[in-house]
Design a protein around this ligand. Structure first.
Ligand SMILES: Cc1cc2nc3c(=O)[nH]c(=O)nc-3n(C[C@H](O)[C@H](O)[C@H](O)COP(=O)(O)OP(=O)(O)OC[C@H]3O[C@@H](n4cnc5c(N)ncnc54)[C@H](O)[C@@H]3O)c2cc1C
Length: 414
């Protein structure tokens, strides 16, 4: 699919959609490319929304990944504020919110994900979720308001977004409580050792943690406050309640069009869906692995790699997605970087003292290195991305041996 009479429609002007559009152009696609996004902005970076955007450390220009004129120069038509309401794979058309019909020869679904909400909290000005630039701008205003009025904030969910917002709010001097229903922070992604380290970090910076606490409901109070009620009868009032309890993939368009979905649009390792000429990328997808298991990743790297892979698949230049997954999080200026997936690990080894000056946790499954979590240890992270899944990966004994120089393995992996 490269001819100038072809039209590829990309739905979702986020990281994955942008990457797909640009990859199409840079790989010889001469036809029309349209990038439709329901938000009123050109594609922008989401990670700063829980970090520097809240503390006003970056401006709009720095948040933008690609502005409309840069896209125009590449021959990519960006349509902001345009919701695609339905797609028809047989007629190869899509219905836009302004009533128009767009015909396509190839389709990229890059619709992202929507934050989960707690029931009953939608109408309150004090209760928020964080996904979009608009959400973040409203939260930033609320934080300023709470700082002025001396009102505490409550964050429900001790995952990455909750912890990052907590760190940003503490920078602004706010009274912050994190509520986590599980027995520890970041339970699904970090070892218990590292979870504890992060709990200690947040406490040391003045954040209160309520671990193992079940929220029963949120009650709006007046125009701009809310009370969080807990299952054990306690309740806490706040000027801002942020719920950071995960996301739901936006797979509705695909599901209604008969494309296979299973908590996300099911794609193979080249981002092909169950329907020819329709590919999908980013947070809206769930990837079927060769052994039949399915995996959902939510990260910039996944959106970028899948966006690229999806575009190449439409051009008949399939490139399986094989990169080691990686992710980062910034809290109080401390950088956590994760390479690989630690799920199913049976052994972990810490390298370096657990301090802010840098250490890493190496995860092994049946003696094979599968993931490395690095705290202020960028070199460990870069090495991990290179060696995980290769014969150059260190053994448990090598990681345990403080005298063994892991970086000698770099040359083995080259
Ligand atoms: C606050 C925050 C902090 C984060 N921090 C990190 C981090 O530190 N490191 C990291 O690796 N990842 C981080 N992430 C995750 C990362 O940003 C996402 O995984 C990535 O942006 C996903 O890109 P995407 O293109 O799949 O989805 P999105 O960026 O969500 O883009 C999808 C777009 O499609 C639009 N859309 C949906 N349906 C339609 C429709 N029918 N018609 C038109 N448009 C539609 C959506 O509104 C959205 O604009 C963070 C995410 C958030 C929200």
């Amino acid at each position: 699919m490269t001819g100038s009479d072809q039209h590829i429609l990309v739905i979702g002007a986020g990281q994955a959609g942008l990457q797909a559009a640009e990859t199409l152009r840079s790989n010889g696609f001469e036809g029309r490319i349209s990038l439709y996004g329901d938000e009123p902005y050109a594609p922008y970076h989401r990670p700063p929304l829980s970090k520097a955007w809240l503390t006003e450390k970056i401006d709009e220009r720095q948040l933008t990944i690609r502005d409309i004129s840069a896209l125009e120069r590449k021959g990519i038509l960006l349509r902001t504020g345009s919701v695609i309401e339905a797609i028809d794979p047989h007629a190869r058309s899509a219905r836009v919110s302004d009533g128009s019909l767009v015909h396509w020869s190839g389709l990229v679904l890059a619709t992202g994900a929507t934050p989960r909400r707690l029931p009953g909290s939608e109408s309150s000005k004090a209760v928020h979720v964080l996904r979009s630039r608009r959400d973040a701008t409203e939260i930033a205003e609320r934080l300023q308001h709470c700082a002025r009025e001396g009102r505490p904030i409550i964050i429900i969910g001790g995952g990455f977004i909750g912890l990052e917002v907590a760190a940003s709010a503490r920078k602004l001097g706010l009274d912050v409580t994190i509520v986590e229903a599980a027995s520890r922070l970041l339970e699904r992604v970090l070892s218990s050792d590292l979870s504890q380290w992060y709990a200690d970090l947040h406490r040391s910076r003045g954040t209160k943690l309520l671990i193992g606490a079940q929220v029963s409901n949120i009650e709006p109070v007046g125009p701009d406050q809310a009370i969080v009620h807990f299952a054990d009868g306690r309740s806490v009032q706040a000027g801002l309640v942020l719920t950071g309890i995960g996301v739901i993939p936006n797979d509705g368009l695909a599901r209604k069009a008969g494309i296979e979905c299973d908590n996300g649009i099911v794609v193979d390792d080249c981002c092909r869906t169950s329907v020819p000429n329709i590919v999908a990328a980013g947070d809206c997808t769930v990837r079927r692995l060769p052994d039949g298991a399915k995996i959902r990743l939510e990260s910039v790297q996944n959106a970028v790699e899948q966006g690229r892979s999806a575009a190449l698949a439409l051009l008949g230049k399939e490139k399986p997605f094989t990169e080691t997954p990686w992710f980062w999080s910034d809290q109080y200026g401390i950088k956590l970087q994760i390479a690989g997936l630690s799920h199913g690990a049976d052994t972990w080894v810490r390298r370096g003292e657990s301090s802010e000056s840098g250490f890493s946790i190496f995860h092994f499954k049946q003696d094979r290195l599968i993931a490395v979590d690095s705290v202020n240890a960028v070199k460990d992270h870069m090495l991990a991305r290179r060696v995980i899944g290769t014969s150059a990966a260190p053994t448990i004994e090598q990681v345990q041996d403080a005298r063994f120089d892991l970086f000698t393995l770099r040359s083995k992996s080259a």
